[in-house]
Structure formats: C-alpha cells, structure tokens
Design a protein around this ligand. Structure first.
Ligand code: ADP
Ligand code: MG
Length: 281
C-alpha cells in the first residue's frame, strides 16, 4: 500500500492518502553513546488512520517511547520517513515542527508534569498562553476542557489536592485544550490503580468516539490494549505483529487471553465493555 508522494506548492511533500493521520516508512533510530551505537528502532513501518485508537505494546526497552518521540517529531529519526497528515516531517524546520505539535497534537505522559504551584485551570491554560492566546480566551477554553474531563468543580485545586486519577484528567484536559487532531500517550495509565486506569481509558475512548480524536497509546497495560481498536506489538526495535482485540478479554494475569479477528474491522466497543475489562482485573 505504498502511496505516492507529491510536492505541494509550499514545498512540503504531501502523500496522496490523507486518510492517514500518521504514516512512517522504514524508520531507524540510533542512539550513539561514546563509541557504541544502539539501534532503538530497526526499520519500522507504521500507519494510523484518522479516528483510530491504537495501542503500541511490548516489553520494557523495546523502543515504544522512541517510536512515539520519532512519530510525533519530538525527536529526529536516523533514517526513514514520517508523514503527519500527509506532510513529511523532514521537510519542516524545527520551528514548524514545534508549531505543528502545538496546533495538531496533545501529549499525555505517565508522570503528570503538572506545575505544583498552579491550580488545575492554570495548568491547563498554560500551553495556550505560551502560544499567544489571549488570557480571557485561554481561561474559557481551559474551563471547557476541564468540563470535558469532568473536573469543572476542581478548577481551582492544585495538583497536591487532587487524586492520581484526577491529576491525569487534568493532563488530558491540557492535551485537549488546543483542540488537537491526535493525542499521543506514553503509559497514560502507568501510575494509576486499575479503577482509575479504567476510568481514564474510558475517558480517552469517549473522546475518540465523540470528537473523532486519533489516539496512539504506548502502554504496558493489557486493559488499555483491550480498549483500543488495534494493538501493535513491538519487540527489540521492531514491530512484530498486530491484532484487533475482541470484547472478550481477561486482565490481571500475565498470560493474557484475548481473541483476535485479524483483518476484520471490529465495531467500536462500548464504554461499558471498557469498564468491564477493568472490572475483571
Ligand atoms: P520502551 O519505551 O519500550 O521501554 P525506549 O524507547 O525508552 O523503550 O528505549 C529503547 C532502547 O533505546 C532502550 O535500549 C533504551 O535504553 C535506549 N534509549 C532510549 N533513549 C535513549 C537515549 N536518549 N540515549 C541512549 N539510549 C536510549
Ligand atoms: Mg517507554
């Protein structure tokens, strides 16, 4: 399914398949430390269509975070190409890539990265203020984003006064505040107990369905994988396979049992099913 690349009038390289939110071809990432070189990504091909919710899973050190950083343009690739909404990231300057992240992407990490001295609404509005939005509008949008994640009543509370699940909701609100097209999550439930993890997954699924948001979630958590449209499996810097989770899934043991229906587009699972996945943990 190789698509043709054309050069648009602004000089950007544009693929002719705009249904892809993100596409990567033969991405190699090497880390040089002293005299040795470590190949963290060994020629990865990857694509996510608009509105898809994808989990990237694999053992610690297999390259999940590296993949996320390379696909989102946070880090340079050593070789290969990455297109975001048809635009080849290599054709963008650093400034353009930063702008594209600010405009089109949201990020959710395992550690909340909230500023302790700011309350919830101030944390959420910060990226807007940094990108030049007027304070009054920033505050309004920040309050809306907090309402979306069910925290409107907690707007003036500081992170220390919020539970782990609530803090992660604040970071989700912050990732939504610029109305992004794609959200990248790196272990978004990694610091949460299973009840909170289930609620956060449910919230992300809800955003996916109500706003058509594309989500790419790097995760160890089988419950998160089960709640996604597709699981991409990585090992040792490579993608070794992918599957579509079915509704039947049990969590809580390492020998996770789950059905797959390769190549069959599964209907979106309901939020209820997502909660049940965790209910069994
Ligand atoms: P994962 O997120 O799957 O746990 P990472 O993408 O963080 O894995 O790491 C993949 C490999 O790359 C690991 O061997 C890790 O030690 C190495 N690595 C990651 N970041 C760096 C870095 N900045 N410098 C050198 N090696 C790195
Ligand atoms: Mg990682």
């Amino acid at each position: 399914m190789q698509s043709q690349t054309i050069v648009a009038s602004n000089g950007n390289h544009v693929t002719q398949d705009p249904e892809y939110m993100i596409r990567a071809s033969n991405v190699v990432k090497e880390y040089r430390t002293g005299t040795s070189t470590l190949q963290a990504l060994k020629g990865v091909d990857f694509a996510v269509t608009r509105g898809e919710m994808v989990a990237v899973m694999g053992p610690s050190g297999c390259g999940k975070t590296t993949l996320l950083n390379c696909l989102s343009g946070l880090d340079d690739v050593t070789d290969g190409q990455v297109w975001l909404e048809g635009v080849d990231l290599a054709t963008l300057s650093d400034k353009q890539r930063t702008e594209s992240r600010a405009r089109r992407m949201g990020f959710i990490f395992q550690v909340y990265n909230l500023l302790p001295v700011l309350n919830a609404v101030e944390n959420v509005e910060l990226p807007l203020l940094v990108s030049g939005v007027k304070p009054r509008e920033a505050r309004e949008r920040s309050r809306e984003a907090l309402a979306t994640v069910g925290l409107e009543r907690w707007a003036t509370h500081r992170p220390a006064e919020l539970s782990g699940g609530q803090r992660q909701r604040v970071t989700i609100a912050r990732s939504l505040v610029n109305d992004p097209a794609i959200i990248w999550g790196d272990e978004p439930t990694g610091a949460l107990d299973s009840t909170n993890a289930g609620e956060i997954l449910q919230l992300m699924r809800d955003l996916n369905q109500s706003k058509g948001l594309t989500l790419v979630l790097v995760t160890h958590d089988p419950g998160v994988g089960a709640g996604c449209d597709r699981i991409v499996r990585m090992r040792d810097g490579e993608i070794i396979g992918e599957e579509r989770p079915t509704g039947t899934f049990s969590i809580g043991e390492l020998g996770v049992s789950h059905g797959t229906e390769d190549g069959v587009a599964m209907p979106s699972r309901t939020l209820q099913t997502t909660r049940e996945n965790y209910g069994r943990a």
